[in-house]
Design a protein around this ligand. Structure first.
Ligand code: IMP
Ligand code: MG
Length: 177
């Protein structure tokens, strides 16, 4: 059995999202921005983030191979669904829920650069630096977290818990129940 332990509260998340939005806004000034959410984990974060930003933005989504140990060990990232919007000459901001090994972030940086984006930056609510397998730059990070599996605020475990308003670590129960 597993149990959920509060890791980051709703108010901590909201304060952090506001701070990230201000940083992003200051960096882009009034330049148009294409915000690309990585499905599915980023959709809650992205919807809060864009409502704190006062910039001319477009929103699109991209879907990659699901979190899967075999894909991780091979280092393969597979694109299931690219963006519909043209990225040529645009400032692209990739929005991630969490950067773990960094393979997804590295892949997306190369993907948008190859597609002709003017600039590519990555914003992730969470960062697990101890798990990193590449030296990819994450431009905006909400919280650095230790090597725990987190759920809530869009992040799932087997498609569960995305609706929770805070972030929780998933822990094995020790009382046998
Ligand atoms: P990376 O390519 O290893 O950096 O993979 C990042 C992706 O793995 C994230 O976008 C999540 O979908 C998933 N992931 C990594 N750690 C967690 C976690 O603690 N909870 C939920 N999903 C996670
Ligand atoms: Mg993800």
């Amino acid at each position: 059995m597993t149990t959920l332990k509060l890791a980051i509260s709703e108010s901590q998340i909201q304060e952090c999202v506001g701070r990230l939005a201000q940083l992003i806004q200051a960096d882009y000034q009034d330049q148009p921005l294409l915000v690309v959410g990585v499905l599915h984990g980023s959709f809650v974060f992205l919807s809060d983030l864009i409502r704190h930003m006062h910039l001319p933005i477009q929103v699109d989504f991209i879907r990659l191979s699901s979190y899967d140990e075999s894909a991780k060990s091979s280092g393969a990232v597979r694109l299931h669904h690219g963006v519909r919007t043209s990225v040529v000459g645009k400032n692209v901001l990739v929005v991630e829920d969490i950067v773990d090994t960094g393979l997804t972030a590295q892949f997306l940086r190369g993907y948008f650069e190859d597609q002709g984006a003017a600039t590519v930056r990555i914003c992730s609510l969470l960062d697990k630096p101890v798990r990193r397998r590449t030296s990819v730059t994450v431009d905006y990070v909400g919280f650095e977290v230790p090597d725990q599996f987190l759920v809530g605020y869009g992040l799932d475990y087997n498609q569960q818990y995305r609706e929770l308003r805070a972030l929780y670590s998933l822990e094995a129960r020790t009382d046998g129940s």
